[in-house]
Design a protein around this ligand. Structure first.
Ligand code: UDP
Length: 347
């Protein structure tokens, strides 16, 4: 795509973990990017870092999409954008159990305000950031997109499941609007530049940042939530995927919506590698790539954790022509590199 034909894409939550990596991949694929983020769980510094990586500055707007009027004005101002990728949402599972109303209010209002503004302004291409959590405890593995969704364990997970349903109902009511929901498995890793990565606020919920923070001395030890699952070593199996691979899938998804011959009203794709690794596999690989022993202890199971979760990747391969390329060692070494860079800078 050359400059004259560059399409503009709006990325909500573009300063967050997956959003920021997607901004970079979009820019490197020739898109002009407009980032909207309220910085509630991210920093505008991410924008400067992406400029260092790509040499291109996205437009940045600091805005809370829950504010209906402000949201509409923002979309009106950038009406020429050819698509929207919607990441902006709260995402901490534990916090969502403590503050369900905050999660429902934030994740639904921002989605509905974006869809309403787009509808009014006849902006028609939408990518939704969903999650494998919508599968609940799956009946069959690997999980295909046609698997029945189940009520997720957490309010956070439920916002993803219900948001998909809202999106489907909205699509059924219009003839022009088209959307793709991307169901992420377990995104980990960081950009090769070491400049951007995952930066959870407070105590991490997720395994990978907990491991790197423990190794960096920020946390005392990793607690492994149960080793009595019916898996090879007793710890749960997940499908970890490199965040840059995930970001690239968003680029092909938006390209699909912009291609009149390929675009469908609504499609759903799993984004994973299709390979399952246990918590112990992740720890072992971390110890190999970092050359460092990790302090950990086995504790009770975490409520809501399922023993196995890994994706069927056939549909994404067939329709999007996308497959994840990076292996577990690459994912983990990039996470570790990012953590070390970040800690060194902030000493
Ligand atoms: N996990 C763990 N200790 C932690 C965080 C996670 O043992 O401090 C385990 C968790 O039980 C699950 C796996 O790591 O089996 C991945 O958890 P994560 O929260 O990263 O992702 P989830 O699959 O729950 O979305």
């Amino acid at each position: 795509m050359n400059k004259a034909t560059a399409s503009k894409v709006i990325v909500t939550g573009g300063c967050g973990y997956i959003g920021s990596h997607t901004v970079i991949e979009l820019q490197q694929s020739g898109f002009d990017v407009i980032v909207v983020d309220d910085l509630s769980n991210s920093s505008a510094e991410t924008i400067d870092r992406s400029v260092q990586i790509t040499g291109k500055s996205p437009v940045f707007v600091n805005l809370d999409l829950k504010d209906e009027k402000a949201c509409y004005s923002f979309f009106k101002e950038h009406q020429e954008a050819s698509g929207v990728i919607h990441f902006a949402a709260h995402k901490a599972v534990g916090e969502s159990v403590q503050k369900p109303l905050m999660y429902y209010q934030n994740n639904f209002f921002s989605l509905i305000n974006c869809l309403s503004a787009m509808h009014e302004l006849e902006m028609n291409n939408f990518i939704f950031s969903s999650s494998a959590t919508v599968y609940g405890t799956p009946e069959t593995l690997p999980i295909t997109e046609s698997e029945q969704t189940q009520r997720p364990f957490s309010p956070y997970g439920n916002t993803k499941k219900v948001a998909e349903e809202i999106l489907e109902d909205f699509i059924d009511s219009t003839d022009k609007f088209a959307a793709i929901s991307l169901r992420y498995f377990n995104p980990i890793g960081a950009h090769d530049s070491g400049l951007i990565g995952e930066l959870p606020s407070g105590i991490p919920n997720n395994l990978m940042p907990y491991i790197t923070q423990t190794a960096a001395g920020v946390r005392e030890k990793l607690m492994i939530f149960g080793n009595d699952y019916p898996t090879k070593d007793g710890t749960p199996i997940r499908d970890y995927i490199h965040v840059v691979d995930l970001a690239k899938a968003h680029v092909v998804a938006i390209q699909r919506l912009l291609d009149k011959k390929k675009k469908k009203n609504y499609e759903i794709f799993n984004l994973g590698t299709g390979i399952g690794y246990s918590v112990m596999d992740v720890i072992q690989t971390f110890e190999e790539v970092s050359g460092q022993k990790l302090n950990y202890e086995i504790t009770d199971r975490r409520p809501g954790d399922v023993p196995f979760l890994f994706a069927s990747t056939d549909l994404a391969k067939e329709k999007l022509g996308w497959v994840a390329e990076k292996n577990l060692s690459e994912m983990i070494s990039s996470s570790w590199e990012w953590e070390r860079n970040f800690r060194n800078k902030n000493k």
